[in-house]
Design a protein around this ligand. Structure first.
Ligand SMILES: *[C@@H]1O[C@H](CO)[C@@H](O)[C@H](O)[C@H]1NC(C)=O
Ligand SMILES: *[C@@H]1O[C@H](CO)[C@@H](O)[C@H](O)[C@H]1NC(C)=O
Ligand SMILES: *[C@@H]1O[C@H](CO)[C@@H](O)[C@H](O)[C@H]1NC(C)=O
Length: 516
């Protein structure tokens, strides 16, 4: 790669930076100098180096938002040479980081928290153990600007689902955002996008109007369906391969009968129609069979999911079913009738808990919070897959069988609504499909055997359902091996993958970002 003039001047300006107290070896001197230069826009406090003596600060910076994967356990090739944490969404500054990397022959990985939370983000940039990379952590970029009259939100990548919902709902508006409140929209929109109300409004990525991106050459571009449109397709679902998105422009939809341009609504008081039930193991197949039929033809405004849980007190395998309306105040008879039918059905079976009382919009946004506790003793492995819609009965049978074998009461699986017409106008997912997330979550006891048991269960579950999967979901949180390139091929429809390859060739031929 080219040695740019920018870097030469930076090195010259701060040849004495090493005297700040760091013992920097000659090979790391250029990197250290370029980031500690008075000309460089970021102050050193926002940068941690792998070679610095304060290892705690380095690992603390590397920590992922939910603390479920511990940085000091990352394989060495997943440890970035430096972690750069911008505190202001200044595109010029973020472009400068990419240019330093280019000049020094380093690769770049960006993360915002969210689904790109763990290993996947940190391992993003390297193919070989000897390669090095910079991690640009965007989690501090949390700016939001709402234009209520135009129903548009501008949001930076570190904005969490909860923050965005809190702001938009004041105006009686929402974005089809993440179900887990702490997931950030950067990770959500770049790799995921199956969000609140997806069946009605489309996936999160379908509601992205445009974005600002820093490309592999350090250029700052605005991208939408007309401008740089191949990036518009690719980044929404394959964002980790193409650049650093610094701002999203999002389409908002009404959640109140009359949205307002002044803050007037309170998300805690906006009711959402729902049916919520918990069944024990003997009713598992009844529920699965009902769900497969119900979900396939349910009104678009309804979002239905089954979460496989374990009752911690008894160790019983349980099945939580939730059907929620994406549109509050939706008085359509289709919605009312569907829920009335569901209520009638669940009354014919024993339930552990059942309710047809409305939830609130806040309740929906924070519904998954308890499954992501901040607990230092937690560990997890996860994998997401896509299933064809309608659901094959062998899939549900296999899932129930695997659930019987789950070793930890903290693990879960979530089968998310299918049949949303995600028109393939983005790289995300497989059309007409269900998504399944499997979380093998357990408490650390310093016991390698326990760790192995839980990892093995996840792997066995994946192997058992493999014959029925369409592919993987690119928001995975499981550590990938070096050279496991075929994985990404299985995350995209064939045609999409081909398109992504061409886009990569054009925008990042030297693999500055993650290889595809
Ligand atoms: C962004 O950073 C550059 C370089 O430090 C500076 O010249 C520019 O004024 C900044 N822009 C904003 C909007 O803060
Ligand atoms: C919103 O409503 C909840 C529940 O009534 C209340 O506790 C909260 O203070 C309200 N928030 C605002 C900003 O009014
Ligand atoms: C209400 O639900 C119906 C049925 O799913 C849907 O077609 C309609 O768009 C929804 N209305 C609103 C305002 O979301």
């Amino acid at each position: 790669m080219k040695f740019s003039l920018f870097l030469l001047s930076a090195v010259a300006a701060c040849a004495s930076a090493a005297s700040l107290g760091e013992q920097v070896s000659p090979e790391n001197q250029p990197l250290y100098n370029s980031f500690t230069s008075s000309e460089f826009p970021y102050s050193p406090v926002d940068i941690e180096f792998r070679f610095q003596s304060d290892k705690d600060a380095y690992f603390k910076s590397l920590n992922v938002y939910n603390q479920l994967i511990r940085p000091h356990e990352f394989p060495s090739h997943a440890l970035p040479l430096a972690i750069v944490k911008p505190t202001k969404g200044n595109n010029t500054n973020i472009a400068a980081v990419v240019k330093v990397a280019e000049a020094l022959g380093l690769r770049v990985s960006a993360r915002s928290g969210g689904y790109m939370s763990g290993y996947s983000a940190n391992m993003a940039a390297v193919d070989k153990a000897s390669q090095d990379f910079l991690l640009v952590d965007l989690s501090k970029l949390q700016g939001i600007k709402i234009s209520a009259d135009k129903k548009i939100a501008e949001a930076e990548p570190g904005v969490t689902g909860a923050l965005l919902a809190a702001e938009t709902s004041k105006y009686g508006l929402m974005f089809a955002g993440p179900h887990t409140s702490r997931v950030t929209i950067g990770g959500f929109l770049l790799q995921g996008g199956m969000g609140v109300g997806s069946r009605l409004h489309g996936a999160g990525v379908d509601n992205v109007i445009g974005f600002d991106i820093v490309t592999a050459t350090g250029k700052v571009l605005y991208v939408d369906r007309k401008r740089n449109k191949e990036l518009f397709f690719a980044v929404r679902g394959g964002g980790q391969f193409f650049g650093i998105v610094t701002k999203f422009y999002l389409r908002l939809v009404p959640i109140a009968a009359k949205p307002s341009v002044e803050p007037a609504y309170n998300a805690s008081t906006i009711p959402i129609d729902q049916v919520f039930t918990i069944f024990d193991r003997p009713q598992a197949m009844d529920l699965m069979n009902y769900y497969a039929k119900f979900d396939y033809s349910a009104p678009k405004a309804l979002e239905n999911k089954i979460i496989f849980v374990v009752d911690a007190a008894t160790g019983n395998k349980q099945y939580l079913f939730a059907s929620q309306s994406a549109a509050p105040f939706n008085t359509s008879t289709a919605v009312t009738q569907a829920h009335a039918g569901m209520t009638e059905w669940y009354k014919t079976l024993p339930t552990v808990f059942a309710s047809s009382e409305p939830n609130t919009y806040s309740g929906v946004v924070h519904g998954g919070d308890d499954s992501w506790p901040d607990n230092d003793d937690l560990a997890y492995y996860a994998e997401d897959v896509w299933f064809k819609a309608p659901l094959d009965p062998r899939v549900t049978e296999t899932l129930v069988k695997q659930w019987d074998k789950v070793p930890s009461s903290m693990s879960s699986m979530a089968l998310n609504t299918g049949t949303w017409d995600a028109p393939t106008k983005s790289a995300l997912g497989f059309d007409r499909s269900y998504s399944l997330c499997i979380y093998s979550t357990w408490l650390r006891k310093g016991d390698a055997e326990e760790d192995q048991k839980n990892k093995k269960w996840l792997e066995e579950t994946i192997a058992a359902i493999k014959p029925y999967t369409l592919g993987f979901y690119a928001n995975e949180l499981r550590p990938r091996q070096l050279g496991e390139k075929k994985y990404w091929e299985r995350c995209y429809e064939k045609k999409t993958y081909k398109t992504l390859k061409c886009t990569k060739e054009k925008w990042d031929p030297e693999n500055m970002f993650k290889s595809l």
